[in-house]
Design a protein around this ligand. Structure first.
Ligand code: TYM
Length: 339
């Protein structure tokens, strides 16, 4: 079992990142250790170059993201925790895979279409080729499980297509180089939506801070955001089909279920008939209960920058070593002479 996943150190990590991905980094890290496998979690700082960015903010956000991940339970003693910029093999393997990836495949990526909008000509090349770097990220370590939210599913399918084509084109049939990675997506929290609009994803880049719960929000801010979250006038239904066409209600019930370890159906069986006036304080309290200890730990960790840099340096050294066999094999398979 090889677990590999990444998170961009841009903006503040939020509840969608936590419930959609980080919770599963921690779960799979423990499963990997128990099964004698390995877990690699990295900060996708090279991916951050695909959008306009401020260099000083990126450095700061990188350190904050390490502190956040450790505060959430990613354990550098069990997981190889590092940032891409310290492991050149990611960018190297991306270049090797650029020869295999097809323009048509990248053109079909919905995230590219959404982010580029009508102004494709004005986008960075990195925004277009970013999914090939993402494929390199996971293929380098022969990932079997990739914990991600729903929005990354298509990128993982592309990674499989690239791996398969490379194996077919350059490897003997009985000795494929790359393992085909499987996404690991949580059933209830695959796509946490904005608190202001139940049809838009909760996102670091949303202009409104009221649209998301940041992992570093304090209790008062969380309660205020939940109180102001958009809802409709109806009480909660007692069955799931009653949530059809009620995206905001569905989202809040889903969040409550994910936080309390229950399915949407179980939450509705208990709380059906309740109005939002009664439900929202319960949701707020469940959020505070989960996030307050993370917040405290984050602040302690963040105060010691040297320790955070040491975690990244140690993880990077391990990652550099682990990536060597696959990278070497990829160069060899392509017929590149390296002495
Ligand atoms: P990023 O930084 O946008 O998000 C990090 C993780 O959080 C998940 N996520 C969500 N899950 C549920 N609901 C939401 N509203 C929500 N918003 C974000 C994402 O699905 C992701 O798992 N390209 C990736 C980073 C990356 C990566 C990789 C991931 C780079 N290389 C290799 C996996 C494997 C990204 O920008 O995620």
């Amino acid at each position: 079992m090889r677990v590999v996943s990444g998170i961009q150190p841009t903006g503040k990590p939020h509840l969608g990142n936590y419930l959609g991905a980080i919770v599963n980094y921690v779960k799979l890290q423990d499963e990997a250790v128990a099964a004698g496998g390995e877990c690699f979690i990295f900060l996708a700082d090279l991916h951050a170059l695909s959008m306009p960015h401020d260099p000083a903010e990126l450095s700061e956000a990188t350190r904050e993201m390490v502190a956040t991940l450790v505060a959430c339970g990613v354990d550098p003693g069990k997981t190889v925790l590092f940032n891409q910029a310290q492991v050149p093999a990611h960018a190297e393997l991306q270049w090797l895979l650029n020869g295999t990836a097809r323009m048509g495949w990248l053109n079909r990526m919905t995230q590219w279409k959404d982010k580029a909008g009508k102004n494709r000509e004005g986008q960075s090349v990195a925004l277009f080729t970013y999914p090939v770097l993402q494929a390199a990220d996971v293929l380098l370590y022969q990932a079997t499980h990739v914990p991600v939210g729903e929005d990354q599913k298509q990128h993982l399918e592309l990674a499989r297509d690239i791996a398969q084509k490379f194996n077919n084109d350059f490897c003997p049939e009985d000795a494929p180089l790359f393992t085909l990675p499987d996404p690991y997506i949580p059933p209830a929290a695959a796509r946490i939506m904005s608190l202001r609009d139940g049809t838009a994803k909760m996102s670091k880049s949303d202009m409104s801070d009221m649209s998301r719960i940041n992992l570093v929000d304090d209790a008062d801010t969380i309660m205020k955001k939940v109180k102001k979250a958009k809802t409709d006038p109806e009480p909660l239904p007692s069955e799931e089909k009653g949530l059809e066409d009620r995206p905001e209600a569905r989202n809040l019930v889903g969040i409550y279920g994910a936080l309390t370890g229950r399915s949407t159906a179980e939450v509705l069986a208990e709380l059906g008939g309740e109005g939002f006036g009664a439900f929202k304080p319960k949701l707020g309290e469940a959020l505070v209960e989960t996030l307050a200890p993370i917040n405290t730990r984050f602040r302690e960790l963040k105060a010691d920058q040297e320790a955070l840099d040491a975690i990244l340096a140690r993880g990077a050294a391990q990652a550099r070593e682990r990536g060597v066999p696959t990278l070497d094999a990829a160069y060899r398979a392509l017929g590149l002479v390296r002495g």
